[in-house]
Write a protein that binds this ligand. Structure first.
Ligand code: ADP
Ligand code: MG
Length: 694
């Protein structure tokens, strides 16, 4: 009987020889339901087991294969009971240490037995040792899968050893001899000459002659062919999500309204051409009866906030509620003040919700949102908590999106869902996102880019200074403040707790105060109450404080145009995009602005080079590109986001050149009714979250 092409995707995992009900259940919990799923569990990397290392040359930290003869096996009753097996190979010795063992296991190691082990070497009391290494007696017929080879290492899965996984996969590989086992429809120009079946075989069991360097770097054509297919699947998932989004009804909000006119008339500046362009894109989107899902990108200081406010106007004028979500209390607070000053004079009722409000303080806001009295609400993630109900939510604006995960974004829009209507969504990013990353993390969104700064901005002059010259710097601050301008002093300590950060800022503040007794110095950090933070920020904005010492809590969004000097202590601790974001707090007005990167000397060559990128460029897109190269997607987008773009084999940095073609093919698959790409989604994506539900 001939079977349908791709039948392994319907063949339950328990149909693989040796997989009983218990193991099948365990595998299913890991998302491996059928044999195709197992074959698409791809190695993360390879261990080089092609060479045997003499024991005489072992150093702690090495991961190596050794071969030797058992000298003795004994149970040691030390601090922790362990089975110790002493091996020697003529050049030296190696101890194997097993903490978990059965008594009888000792008999598996008779003196004179030759065994091969693989593991990480550490320094033990009697020379090098390995804890729980993989080991294998050497008999006449070492089975072929255990030959010295490049050994795949699979993603860690609970309750299954690498060895067990390798066995299972080795057992499944012969099924690939049948060309119909999996659907293989990738057009020939993208396969690099590798059929799917062969590519899978190679990555799971690279033959000895495989080019090791390519394989280790993920650049072997078989790997690249799979990576390409995965990127296609990923793009396809996003395009489908986007199509789905387009099917959701949303309020069609007409653009003609006098609220926008009155707002513009009151505004103290004219919009830049770029702001006008993105605004018209947004307004056009919202006038359609399908939910907008648009990403607004713009460099720091490009003026995204006013665009957000003007996007809200048509919705408000048409009687819809608008919710604006910011990632931090400080930023939400500042938005609240800014939107209030802009829109309250025009008769809009604005509410404020933060996690730190008391129940009594929340009650009127919640009531106002439920009955429609509150037209625009600003807050942190408190906005989508359970007790919050909207009467008629028409638009959701999310600022500094990189701080939120897709989940939180969805939670807020679900709030607004009523009778088949979903609010429009505008998502703003804090820092520019490199194109490859934007395509992968936000490929389901339409994009608008503000590619122009408001006129009259002076470039920020950036100086790299050793902390040994702190005294000079303090004199410079004195001179700066004497002209009536203000200063930020930012203390960075990323990996430490907020409490330790707060202490460090406190110390810095006291030091500055001692050196500059005549100057008013303020302090903000994450440990303050939100009202205290707000008071301090307000005092700084009003010019009552000349120098503001802060932790990175001021990183996003804060806007005080009269602050024209920023000192960043230990800038080497932060990523470039984060530094750029921080630096963007100055240079917001017409004043010439400065940023001093006060590094702790001595510092590495590499750290200096990174800081030089900051000195030499002020283009957020350029800086973000560098950041991506140096730190990778996880750091640039924030961990929340990377959860949404984890790949089995593709690597955005390494494979970015494949993206355009992958996108094009995905579009083609979407448009061609005959060319269903569903099998790609099933194979590559489904286990990471059901895309059709998003
Ligand atoms: P970001 O894009 O980083 O969020 P903001 O929206 O905070 O930037 O804007 C930065 C500053 O630029 C604010 O003080 C804002 O009032 C001002 N601004 C925005 N647009 C213009 C413009 N077209 N002309 C002059 N100043 C502007
Ligand atoms: Mg902003």
């Amino acid at each position: 009987m001939t079977e349908l092409a791709g039948y392994l995707q319907t063949r339950n995992i328990d149909q693989l020889k040796g997989v009983g009900p218990a193991l099948a259940q365990r595998l299913q919990r890991l998302g491996i339901h059928n044999i195709q799923d197992l074959l698409f569990l791809l190695p993360r990397h390879y261990e080089d087991r092609t060479r045997i290392t003499p024991m005489g040359g072992l150093m702690p930290g090495m991961s190596v294969v050794c071969e030797g003869e058992v000298r003795l096996a004994d149970i040691a009753n030390g601090r922790r009971r362990a089975l110790l097996v002493r091996l020697h190979d003529g050049t030296g010795s190696l101890t194997l240490r097993y903490f978990h063992f059965r008594m009888a296991q000792k008999d598996n190691y008779p003196a004179g037995l030759r065994i091969r082990v693989y593991g990480e070497v550490r320094a033990g009391p009697a020379g090098p040792e390995m804890v729980h290494p993989e080991s294998l007696p050497i008999t006449e017929d070492l089975s072929s899968s255990d030959e010295l080879s490049l050994t795949p290492v699979y993603p860690l899965v609970e309750g299954l050893t690498q060895r067990r996984l390798r066995e299972l996969i080795t057992r499944a590989l012969p099924l690939l001899d049948d060309a119909d086992a999996l659907i293989d429809r990738l057009p020939a120009q993208h396969t690099l000459g590798w059929r799917l079946h062969d590519a899978l075989r190679l990555v799971h069991a690279p033959p000895p002659q495989t080019n090791r360097d390519l394989l280790r770097q993920g650049l072997h054509p078989a790997q690249q062919r799979l990576a390409f297919e995965e990127l296609v699947a990923h793009q396809l998932g996003m395009l489908q999500r986007r199509r789905q989004q387009r099917r959701i009804n949303a309020p069609a909000i007409t653009s003609a309204n006098d609220l926008s006119q009155r707002f513009l008339a009151e505004l103290s500046f004219d919009l830049t051409a770029a702001q006008q362009r993105v605004l018209s894109e947004i307004v056009a989107d919202m006038s359609k009866p399908q939910a907008m899902l648009r990403l607004l990108q713009g460099d720091v200081g490009a003026g995204k906030t006013v665009v957000a406010a003007l996007s809200a106007c048509p919705a408000l004028a048409a009687g819809w509620q608008v919710a604006i979500m910011a990632p931090t209390e400080i930023l939400a607070e500042q938005h609240y003040q800014r939107f209030s000053s802009w829109l309250e004079p025009l008769g809009i009722k604005i509410g404020w919700l933060s996690g730190r409000l008391t129940t009594a303080q929340r009650r009127p806001v919640l009531a106002g949102l439920a009955n429609g009295d509150v037209q625009l609400v600003i807050g942190t993630h408190a906005l989508f908590q359970e007790a919050v109900n909207y009467q008629r939510l028409g638009l959701v604006i999310i600022d500094e999106q990189h701080r939120f995960g897709v989940e939180q974004r969805l939670a807020l829009t679900r709030k607004g869902q009523a009778a088949g209507i979903q609010p429009h969504q505008l998502i703003m990013t804090a820092t520019p996102i490199p194109r490859t990353l934007a395509m992968s993390a936000y490929g389901d969104l339409d994009t608008s880019i503000i590619d122009e700064l408001p006129p009259g901005r002076q470039p920020i002059q950036t100086v790299i200074l050793s902390s040994q010259r702190r005294d000079e710097l303090i004199q410079r601050i004195r001179a700066h403040v004497s002209t009536g301008q203000q200063v930020y002093w930012v203390c960075t300590l990323i990996d430490e707790s907020e409490q330790i950060q707060a202490q460090a800022a406190q110390v810095a503040c006291e030091l500055l105060q001692t050196s500059l007794p005549e100057i008013t110095i303020g302090l903000v950090h994450g440990q303050l109450k939100s009202s205290e933070k707000a008071d301090m920020m307000a005092a700084f904005a009003a010019g009552q404080i000349s120098v503001l010492v802060a932790t990175t809590v001021i990183e996003v969004g804060v806007d005080v145009p009269n602050a024209s000097l920023m000192v960043i202590e230990n800038p080497e601790r932060l990523g470039l995009s984060q530094l750029h974001q921080l630096r963007g707090r100055v240079g917001r007005g017409a004043l010439a602005s400065f940023c001093v990167l006060l590094y702790q000397s001595p510092t590495s060559q590499q750290a200096r080079q990174r800081l030089q990128i900051m000195r030499d460029s002020q283009d957020g897109f350029v800086i973000a590109e560098h950041d991506l190269q140096i730190r990778g997607p996880g750091e640039v987008l924030g961990t929340r986001q990377t959860g949404d773009i984890s790949f089995k084999i593709a690597d955005l940095l390494r494979d970015h050149e494949l993206l355009d073609d992958a996108r094009a093919l995905a579009m083609h698959l979407m448009q061609d009714p005959k060319a269903s790409g569903d099998y790609l989604i099933t194979r590559w994506l489904l286990k990471q979250g059901d895309y059709t539900q998003v």
